[in-house]
Write a protein that binds this ligand. Sequence first.
Ligand SMILES: *Cc1c(COP(=O)(O)O)cnc(C)c1O
Length: 480
Amino acid sequence: MNPEFRQALYETHLLIEEHAKDREIEDNPLPESIARKEAPRIPDVPEHEVVRHYLRLSQMNYGVDTGFYPLGSCTMKYNPKYSEALCRERDALDLHPYQPEDTVQGTLRIMYELQEMLAEIGGMDSVSLQPAAGAQGEFTGLAIVHGYYKNNNEERDEVVLPDTSHGTNPASAAMLGYKTIEIPSKEGCVDLKALREAVGENTAAFMLTNPNTLGLFEEDVLEIADIVHGSGALLYYDGANLNAIMGKTDPGKMNFDIMHFNLHKTFSTPHGGGGPGSGPVGVVEDLKSYLPVPLVKKEGDKFILDYSLENSIGRVKGFYGNWMVLLRAYAYILERGREGLTQVSERAVLNSNYLRKKLEGTLELPYKPLRKHEFVLSGQKLKKEGLRTMDLAKRLLDYGYHAPTIYFPLIVDEALMVEPTETERKETLDEFAAIIEKIMNENPETVKNAPHNTAVGRVDETRAAKKPIASYKMREGDEK
Ligand SMILES: *Cc1c(COP(=O)(O)O)cnc(C)c1O
C-alpha cells in the first residue's frame, strides 16, 4: 500500500476513534412496551446449509468482482477492498442521525474535506453531498436553477438538451415541471446552430455531459457556454462521464454553473442494488446560497451542520445515511491523489481507444473521431443474419461477461456502448474482443437463443418491466 495512503487511512482511523471516545453511549434498554416477549422464530437450519444457500445465491449474481463489466455510461470499475475494510470499522458504523455534532467531529471533518476535494476536482465553488444518486443530483441542480430564477423574478420554463442525453436528464427536468426541448446532434456533437435556435428568454438551463454519451469530447464547449449564457440561461454538467477528464480539465473551466458527481461511478464506490449511491452537487459562487441544507461547514476548528443558507432549496434527503459511500469515495481520492486521479482518466481513455480499435473491424463504428472513456458501436451487421444487438449481448453472458449497454444512446441504430474503465488489463480487453469476433461467426440460431449457460435463460424484458413478479414464488391464479 502506498505510504501516503497508509498515513491517510491511519489519520482517518484516529478521527473515528476520537469521536467514538466522546460518545459514551448509555446502555439504554428498550422500553418494556416495545421489547420482544418471546424469542423470534428462526428456521432451524444447520450452518452449512445457510452458507450453501447464500453462496449459491451469490454465484447466480454477476458483479465487478466476478468479471469484466463493460456497461457503457455506468463506469463499472473495480471497487478497492481497502475502502470496504474502512467501512467495517465499528466507529464508522455506529452512528446515529441525531447524534450531537460535537460527537461526530471526525465524520463531519471527512464530509467537509470531501466537499472541498470534489469542489476542486469539478472546478466548482461549493459542493453539497446530499443527493443520493446522479439522477437526484440532476433534480437538485435543476431545483437550484428553479430557485435562482424565481428569486430573480424571471419566468423561464424550458430545459434544452441534446439528443445524446441520458434519459434521467429530461426526466429530472420534467419532474420540476420544465418543458424539455431536445436538439439534434451534428456528427455526434451539439449542433451550435440548433442550439442557438433553441435557447432564448424561456430557457432555464442547457444540460450536457462532456465527453458526451458517444464518448466524444464536445470541443465547442466554450462556445456552447457563451450561447447558453448569452440567452440568460444556466449550464448544467452531468458528471457521469467525469472519469474521462479528471486532472485534464474540469466543468468549471468549461464554464458550467452546476454539476453533479456520481461517486458510484468515478470514485469507485459500489453501485449497490440500485443504491445506496451518491450524487453530490457542485455550484459556482453565485448559486452557493441555493444548495440544500445542511451543508457541512468549518467554524474555527469545529465542524458544524449549517442550516443558514439564505436561498436554500431545503432538504432533498432526510439524513446522510449514505455516509459509507462518502467515506469510500474520500478514501479513494486520498489513495489516488492528484496525479493518481489524472492517471485514472488517462488509462480509462487509453483502454477505451485500444478496445475500440480492436472492435471497429468486427462491428460498425459510427462517428470516427478519437473517443474518450467509452465508445458506441452499431450492431447493424447482425441484421443480415436476422440477429440484433440484444442477441449478441445475451450471448456474451454465456462466455462469462456482463453485456455492454445496448440501445443507448438512442441516435445510434442497434447501439452497443462499451466502457472498459481503467481497472481492466490488456489481456481482458483482448479476450473480450476475441469473444465478440467469435460470436459474430457463430451459428445465428445459437446466438438467437442465448444465453444457454446462465441460471436464468432469456426473459421477456418488456413483460418483466410491465408485470414484475416481485415474490420468489408464483401465487395461485398468477398467469404463467
Ligand atoms: C448514470 C448516469 C446518470 C444517472 O446517474 P445515477 O447515479 O444512475 O442516478 C446520468 N447521466 C449519465 C450520462 C449517466 O451515465
